[in-house]
Structure formats: structure tokens, C-alpha cells
Write a protein that binds this ligand. Structure first.
Ligand SMILES: NC(=O)c1ccc[n+]([C@@H]2O[C@H](COP(=O)([O-])OP(=O)(O)OC[C@H]3O[C@@H](n4cnc5c(N)ncnc54)[C@H](O)[C@@H]3O)[C@@H](O)[C@H]2O)c1
Ligand SMILES: [Fe+2]
Length: 380
């Protein structure tokens, strides 16, 4: 049986923040990072929570939240006797809040805590997913936790909060959106429901990511990218992802390459691999993934004489976008040494194959396949 549902109430529009006024007499905790406090965004959100009995700010979130952070977040949450957690920030803040609440519930310390997610990047879609990605720093592994309890109750989509994101973060997170939608579209579980969401997300992201990157103050582009991120989140929440994320999680955990950037670097190679382009060249056979990727290429206005040519156009377009956004295309460009890569490669391959996202990849993936995909980035 396949199930499709969206539990999270998604609020958008100029007055979306007003929804925070519903928490009368509650204890609220804002989970965020130092930048959001410094920029004044955390205080702005606290202002909308003025009906609460108390509002406290936990501002210790770091990118790729480690397990230890979840423990200190839980201590803060219990000390504040929180009924509501407002996660303000990128995927790291939202995921840390989700994992902390789950831990508090599972330990029996708290039965009910409402979660409001307010994304400040247009990337992870975490505001509507039942995923939270946590890092085990000692083992150098990122774990996607998957649990219905991780779904936020409310998502507030306010594109003005994303305007401060510099071009580098805009590009990295934007490629995360494109990766979510493409992987969901060719997932072994893809359905008409998820396809509708992924197609729209891709139509928006391919047009508006370049605009948001070029001019971060373009509020229309910011709003469209925020919508694309949320739609892609809904799509992959229903049908999961693939090997692109399976490998990207390991590159993030081992080398601290930002999540979206790791996805971006892998994406042209993984799409080529999934479409089995090399094997199909000159042959009549098409794969389900290649037909689907060709369909996306057409939807975003690319040309090609047949399925494989269309997929190649899509791959070339992704490479063009990487170039135009100055995104690193090798591990060397991303700051990884040859020695560190060689030392970690076996563990990366092993963990990528075990990653929960890899199970729905359209091609069954072997260790040799992951090695071959990685070798495209391993140039010094
Ligand atoms: N839960 C999910 O469904 C899901 C999906 C994909 C990725 N993830 C995870 O999310 C994390 C990545 O999240 P992310 O890409 O949103 O980045 P992030 O939350 O790690 O933030 C990256 C940097 O951007 C800064 N930042 C965020 N918003 C900003 C703004 N508006 N202006 C200026 N700076 C801003 C942060 O302070 C931080 O330094 C990774 O751990 C990844 O594995 C989760
Ligand atoms: Fe992602």
C-alpha cells in the first residue's frame, strides 16, 4: 500500500507569521543559530509569540547538527518546560529541533510538544518532511532519522527571511531542491502524487534559482524558490530519494562539504548513471529513469532528438548551472585532500550503500558503481 498525506499546515503570505499568535499561555523555545540572533530575525519571531507565557532562545545550532547538540537542546527544552518549539533557520536548525523533540518524547520526559518550522533557506524542505539528518561526529556518519513524529505541525513560509542568504548558500541550497525533486521523480516509489509536486518544484527551481542567485533581493525569485523547496520536500517525503543523497550524506559527514553543495557536485554524474546513458548509447533500449529524466528536460524547455539526447541536455544544463554559480566540481575544489579521500573512500562507499535514501534509487547500486561515481569528483 502507498500512502500520501501532508500533516503539516503550510502558511504563506504577508501575514503568515500571525499564526504564531495561537500559542496563548504556552512556553515557547526558539531553536536557531547565532546568525539568526545577530540578524534580529529571532527577536522578530519572538515578537509574534507575545501571547506565550515565556519565550526562550536556544541559539547553539551548527551546520550538520551532531548528536551532542541534540542532548544539550533537550536539556534546554526540559528546563524551559516547552510546549511549543519554533525552529528558525536552515535544515540544520529544523532537523535539530525535530530530533530533540523526538528524543524528549521517546524518553518519556515530554508527551506533547508542537513544532513550528520557519525555514530561512530554500533547500531542505525539512519543514514538511518526516526526516531529520543528524551527524555522529566520532564515527563520521550522517544518519537520516525517519519517523512520522518528526513531521512539523506548522510550516511558515516567509521568503523575506531568505533574503540575507548570500549567493553561495543560495546556490548550494537551491541545488538541494533540484536534487530532491529529481531523485523523487525517478524514485522506485514515485507516484502521480509525488510526480505532480516534483514537476512543479523543478519548473520553478530551474527558472528562479539563477534569478535568486544573481539578485538575492529579488523577492519574487525568493518566494518561488521557497515554494519549490517546500514542494520538493513534500515529494521526497512521500517517495524518498536515491544514491545522490546516499553519497552526499557521507561527503558531508567526512569532509564537512555543505549538504546542497555535495548533492550539486554529484548530480550530473548520478543522473547520467541512473539513466544508464553509456550503456544505452546507440541502443534502442530506454530505462524508466531515462524516460522520466527526458520528460523533465522537455518540461524545462531543453531539446534533444531522442530520450538519451534529452537526458544529456539535462546533464549539460546542470553542469552549466554549476559553472554559472561557481560551484566546486571536484573534491579538490571543495577542500578535500587526496590523502583524506583515499583514507575515507571505503567507509564512504559502505555507508552510502547502507544509507536509508539509497534503497529507492532506480538502479540497484553496487560498491563498484559508487566508486565509479565518486571517481568523477576525485581529480587532483
Ligand atoms: N530533514 C530533511 O528533510 C533534510 C533534507 C535535506 C537536507 N537536510 C539536512 O539539512 C542540513 C542542511 O540545511 P541547509 O542547507 O538549509 O543549511 P544549514 O541549516 O546547515 O545552514 C547553512 C548556513 O547557512 C546559514 N543561513 C541559513 N539561513 C540563512 C539566511 N537566511 N541568511 C544568511 N545565512 C543563513 C546558517 O547560519 C549556516 O551557517 C544538512 O544537515 C542536511 O543533511 C535535511
Ligand atoms: Fe537534501
Amino acid at each position: 500500500m502507498q500512502k500520501f498525506y501532508i500533516k503539516t499546515k503550510v502558511c504563506s503570505g504577508d501575514d503568515a507569521m500571525q499564526v504564531l499568535g495561537m500559542f496563548k499561555g504556552k512556553n515557547a523555545v526558539i531553536f536557531t543559530d547565532a546568525f539568526m540572533v545577530k540578524s534580529g530575525a529571532a527577536d522578530r519571531i519572538a515578537g509574534y509569540l507575545s501571547q506565550c507565557r515565556s519565550v526562550k532562545i536556544f541559539d547553539e545550532i551548527k551546520p550538520d547538527p551532531p548528536i551532542e547538540l541534540i542532548a544539550s537542546g533537550m536539556a534546554f527544552l526540559l528546563e524551559a518546560d516547552a510546549d511549543v518549539v519554533v525552529a528558525l533557520g536552515g535544515g540544520s536548525s529544523i532537523d535539530a529541533a525535530k530530533a530533540t523533540i523526538l528524543m524528549a518524547k521517546r524518553s518519556g520526559a515530554k508527551e506533547r510538544i508542537k513544532l513550528v518550522a520557519i525555514p530561512t533557506t530554500s533547500g531542505t524542505g525539512s519543514e514538511v518532511t518526516d526526516f531529520a539528518v543528524i551527524t555522529d561526529t566520532q564515527k563520521g556518519i550522517k544518519y537520516p532519522l525517519v519517523d512520522d513524529e518528526l513531521l512539523p505541525d506548522i510550516a511558515i513560509m516567509d521568503p523575506t527571511l531568505v533574503v540575507s542568504a548570500p549567493p553561495r548558500i543560495t546556490a548550494d541550497t537551491g541545488f538541494d531542491v533540484i536534487t530532491h525533486a529529481l531523485e523523487a521523480y525517478i524514485s522506485t516509489k514515485a507516484s502521480d502524487y509525488s510526480d505532480a509536486l516534483a514537476e512543479k518544484a523543478l519548473e520553478l527551481a530551474f527558472v528562479y534559482l539563477p534569478k535568486a542567485y544573481m539578485d538575492g533581493s529579488d523577492l519574487v525569485a525568493r518566494e518561488k524558490m521557497h515554494t519549490a523547496s517546500c514542494l520538493a520536500g513534500m515529494a521526497f517525503n512521500a517517495v524518498s530519494l536515491g544514491i545522490n543523497h546516499g553519497i552526499a550524506h557521507q561527503l558531508g559527514a567526512k569532509f564537512h562539504i555543505p549538504h546542497g553543495r555535495a548533492n550539486a557536485m554529484l548530480l550530473p554524474y548520478v543522473m547520467r548513471y541512473n539513466a544508464d546513458l553509456n550503456a544505452n548509447f546507440g541502443a534502442k533500449s530506454e530505462t524508466r529513469a531515462s524516460v522520466r529524466l527526458a520528460h523533465i528536460a522537455q518540461r524545462i524547455g531543453l531539446c534533444g532528438v531522442d530520450t538519451n539526447a534529452l537526458v544529456l541536455s539535462l546533464v549539460r544544463h546542470l553542469n552549466y548551472m554549476l559553472k554559472m554559480t561557481d560551484t566546486p566540481i571536484t573534491l579538490k575544489d571543495a577542500g578535500v585532500t587526496k590523502e583524506a579521500y583515499e583514507a575515507e573512500k571505503p567507509a564512504i562507499i559502505e555507508a552510502a550503500l547502507k544509507d536509508a535514501c539509497t534503497a529507492t534509487n532506480p538502479r540497484p547500486v553496487t560498491p563498484e558503481d559508487v566508486d565509479a561515481i565518486l571517481s568523477n569528483l576525485a581529480r587532483w
